[in-house]
Design a protein around this ligand. Structure first.
Ligand code: FES
Ligand code: FE2
Length: 464
């Protein structure tokens, strides 16, 4: 329980401002909001844990975090995936301390209790002598994470046993995940280990940098234009569609070329010999979207983002998929976890080149990552002073999310699900995400205009 609840009026005021496309800056770093987010959002929503290709053989395990809950994800002898709290039920120490490994049994480093891969307690050091023969071992197994779900090889956990099933939660995002993760025979594979690093910023602002902010590309990443890597046209990252999905999710399908101008290479510049495979694995509408895409960038609420970019020069282009978890460590701190994924069916040479492209752009020391990190830190630094933190709006602390509001209308010729707008320079996803965030925080059902519009739109197009 929170020591101090935020006043209802504060949320009412927030809601009103958000409806007008304004975001009070204080929510970015407020400690009470942060505590509520952990309680009301992260305790009930699906969080990404790992990709199936990280756990290849029986006994393979990885250790992960769902904010502050340590998670041990194991592949059992029968090939089943199990997720446990990575905390020994005896006295609570972390059971596995390595990031990954392979084991036949899991032995606790504190007093030596051991568990099989199904989580059953199978060995207690000097058990009969210290506990007597009557110790009920079956009551002291590892504690399972309440729900685990898998979609297109992506393994998610949920700490709420009553949360809606993963596939319902992902909703129409599944259609876009199919394009990114299911286009190739055998799907995607993780290459290397997830990289992780800590940044002094708030999870919400990095989430929306990926889900709803292609507008920053032409300024923050200006050096790529100057080096001739990105187009000169300042609108280039805006060409395409921004798609608002349910539950705070969203995706930008960026074509990076103006309508009527020569199109960029189809299928994100992927080798032509892979195209028949895409045509086998995706439906006609998905192919329409994918064939024109240059970059796919977006987020699955609350803290999983992705970018599928194209690097390299004409005739030597590379595409990959980068998934990242923004693990909150406090109102002003996150741990970034970043996975490089690539089509299993691609050649080794292609995979290697694409990996180098990732490391030099979106890896922890990559140029694009450095550009963004600097900005994210500065937003946080400048959002915690007296003016920015004012809750009564006696100072003007409202940030601008007005782009496209009441001006840009959905494109009803869009072949995919969701509410798609014919530009990516738009705050539609951010506004919808803020609304969903507030609904979860206040426990109110979806009743927003965006939600109603989504339903109406979906109803009219048979998307839901
Ligand atoms: S804490 Fe694990 S055996 Fe004691
Ligand atoms: Fe960026």
């Amino acid at each position: 329980m929170l020591k101090q609840e935020l006043d209802k009026n504060v949320f009412q005021a927030l809601k009103e401002k958000m409806k007008q496309g304004l975001l009070p800056q204080w929510i970015l770093t407020d400690p009470q909001i942060y505590e509520m987010e952990i309680d009301k959002i992260f305790a009930h929503t699906w969080q990404f844990l790992a990709h199936e290709t990280e756990l290849k053989e029986p006994g393979s395990y990885v250790t992960r975090w769902m904010v502050n809950d340590p998670v041990l994800l194991v592949k059992t002898n029968s090939g089943e995936l199990k997720a446990f709290l990575n905390s020994c039920p005896h006295r609570g120490t972390q059971l596995c301390t390595a990031d990954f490994g392979r084991k036949k049994t899991l032995t606790c480093p504190y007093h030596g209790w051991s568990f099989n891969l199904n989580g059953d307690l199978i060995g207690v050091v000097a058990g009969d002598k210290v506990y007597g023969g009557e110790m009920k071992k079956d009551e002291w197994g590892l504690r399972p994470i309440p729900q685990v779900g898998v979609y297109q090889g992506m393994i998610f956990g949920n700490l709420d046993p009553n949360a809606m099933p993963l596939e319902d939660y992902l909703g129409d995002m599944k259609w876009y995940m199919d394009i990114m993760l299911g286009r190739s025979d055998g799907g995607m594979e993780v290459r290397g280990l997830p990289q992780r690093w800590v940044v002094n910023t708030n999870w919400k602002l990095v989430l929306e940098n990926f889900s709803g902010d292609p507008y920053h590309v032409q300024t923050t990443h200006r050096s790529t234009v100057e080096m001739g890597i990105s187009p000169q046209d300042p609108l280039y990252a805006g060409y395409g569609h921004q798609v608002v999905l349910q539950h705070g999710h969203g995706v930008n399908v960026i074509t990076a070329s103006a309508p009527g101008k020569p199109q960029r290479p189809p299928y994100q510049g992927l080798p032509q010999e892979m195209w028949p495979m895409f045509e086998r694995n995706l439906n006609e509408d998905q192919l329409k979207v994918f064939s024109k895409a240059t970059v796919l960038v977006g987020s699955i609420f609350p803290n999983l983002s992705f970018v599928s970019p194209v690097h390299g020069s004409e005739g030597h282009l590379h595409n990959y998929l980068n998934f990242r978890v923004w693990r909150p460590l406090g109102p002003e701190k996150i741990e970034i976890w970043s996975w490089f994924m690539i089509d299993k069916a691609a050649s080794d040479e292609y995979k290697e080149d694409a990996y180098k492209g990732y490391i030099s752009s979106f890896g922890p020391s990559g140029t694009l990552e450095q550009d963004d990190t600097e900005i994210w830190i500065r937003v946080t630094q400048s959002s915690k002073g007296i003016m920015a933190r004012s809750k009564d709006h006696s100072y003007n602390n409202l940030l601008n999310y007005l782009m496209g509001l009441d001006r840009v209308l959905p494109d009803d010729t869009w072949p995919g699900p969701g509410v798609a707008y014919p530009t990516c320079y738009l705050d539609a996803i951010s506004r919808a995400t803020h609304e969903y965030w507030l609904e979860l925080l206040t426990g109110e059902g979806p009743e927003s205009e965006q939600e109603m519009m989504r339903k109406e739109y979906a109803g009219g197009h048979g998307d839901e």
